[in-house]
Structures are given as C-alpha cells and as structure tokens.
Design a protein around this ligand. Structure first.
Ligand code: C5P
Length: 241
C-alpha cells in the first residue's frame, strides 16, 4: 500500500455542497473518503457517485445490521456502486457475516468487507448492561474480530489501541481500520483513546480515519500533508523494525 491509500478522510457533513468543497480543496492530496449515514442520507446517496466519478476511493460507513438476507442485499448495493470498502455490524452474527462475505465477493471480489465489533462509544458498564457478558469490552471485541475473520470478511473497524492484538489474533492480512487518530498539533475533540498517525501505523493500523484535524483545519491541505508525512515516517520506521 502506498502512503495516500492509508489515509481516509471522514466527510462528516449534513449537506453535499460542504462535502464537495472540502474534496475540491484537498484535490490530489487525498484519494480516499468516508461517507457515513448523515452525508449519505442528506445527499440521497449522490455523494458516493460524485466521489467515484472523481476517481476517489470510498469507504461506505453505513454499518448494516439486520437478518442475513437483508444485510446481504444492502451490502450488494455497495458492491454494485464500486465502493472500495463498506461495513456491517459483527454483532449481527457469524451466519450474517458469512452470507455477506460470500455474496459480495461474487459481485465485487476487490471490495473490502469490514465489520464493526463493539462501538467505541460503549463504556464497560454499557456493555455489561446490554450484553450481560462475562467478557470485558476488549475480550468481546477480540472475539467478534475472530468471528469476522472466520466468516470470510476482510477486517474490522477498531481503536488504534486494539489493532496490534487484533493483528496478532487474526493475522497480518486481516485489515484494521482505525478512527481516534490525532496528530500532536490537533485537538482531541470528543475522541478519548487517541493515538498519533505515526504511532497508529507502528501499532498495526492499516487505514487511518481522520476527520476534524484536517476538515476543520484553517489549512486542510497542509494538515493532510502533515498527517501523510507522519504515516510515511511510521511506514519507514515499521519497515526497519
Ligand atoms: O473528526 P474525527 O477524526 O474524530 O472523525 C472520526 C470519524 O470516525 C467520524 O466519522 C466518526 O464517526 C468515526 N468513528 C469513530 N469511532 C468509531 C467509529 C467511527 O470516531 N469507533
């Protein structure tokens, strides 16, 4: 993977005009964008076509969660729209993930099928209240990552703090997609367990999802270049280790 392929800009906008403006501003500096529910719904799905027509890669972050047939049909929408990566909830179960992985690979073998394990907004108490499990959050997330792998999916969304353990358990080829990344020069905002881009790369993150440090920066192009530089440093250092 080259440096640019590893940076995914989160387009957290409620209207397509603002989202298009930042894509125009970032120009050739950035090649990969995340479209979540807010922008997808407000743009009636058009943002995905806009990005693919511009030759940008898309992470369709709609987190599908339903019975196997319904989730698979929704996932086929992503496969046919030629997005680079999409996601579902691993808590939909192994049978659901197997069905999704099998069907989307038939239609679009290149597309990365990713699962969300435990939402990082959950506290330990929230997880216990909801799942009544004897496992803690980290153990639950690791178990779901293993199920994701066994189901034939390509990887998980996870905190940079969990990426190493997931790689150790699921293998180097299993993808880790990590939000919660913050360069030292930017505010943490509402993110809690943050890591710098360079450390995230060194700790096993394949893809870094970064939003506000770049999109809300006075100079988004410079901010993106600084993050890319750190990713490159991490890749060089990692290659030496
Ligand atoms: O602006 P910021 O860099 O915090 O944006 C991170 C992006 O990653 C947002 O779109 C957020 O919804 C998403 N995300 C996250 N934590 C997760 C899953 C997704 O921050 N566990």
């Amino acid at each position: 993977m080259n440096v640019k392929d590893r940076l995914i800009i989160a387009l957290d906008y409620s209207n397509m005009e603002d989202a298009k403006n930042i894509v125009e501003t970032l120009g050739d500096t950035v090649s990969f964008y995340k479209v979540g529910l807010e922008l997808f719904l407000n743009s009636k799905g058009e943002m995905v076509d806009y990005l693919t027509e511009k030759g940008k890669k898309v992470f369709l972050d709609l987190k599908f969660h339903d019975i196997p047939n319904t989730t698979t049909m929704a996932s086929l929408f992503a496969a046919k729209r030629n997005v680079f990566m999409f996601n579902i909830h691993a808590t939909g179960g192994k049978q659901m993930m197997e069905s999704v992985a099998k069907k989307v690979k038939e239609v679009n073998p290149e597309m990365l099928a990713i699962a969300v394990t435990i939402l990082t907004s959950f506290s330990e108490e929230g997880v216990q209240e909801t799942f009544k499990s004897t496992l803690n959050i980290k153990e639950l997330a690791l178990n779901l990552a293993r199920l994701t792998k066994e189901a034939g999916m390509d990887g998980v969304v996870c905190s940079p703090w969990e990426a190493k353990a997931i790689k150790e358990s699921c293998g180097e080829m299993f993808k880790t997609v990590c939000p919660g990344v913050r360069p030292r020069w930017s505010a943490a905002n509402d993110q809690e367990r943050i890591m710098t881009p360079k450390d995230a790369i060194l700790n096993g993150c394949d893809y870094l999802v970064v939003g506000r440090p770049i999109t809300k920066n006075e100079n988004p192009v410079e901010a993106a270049k600084l993050v890319l530089k750190e990713i490159e440093e991490g890749m060089k250092e990692g290659a030496v280790c």
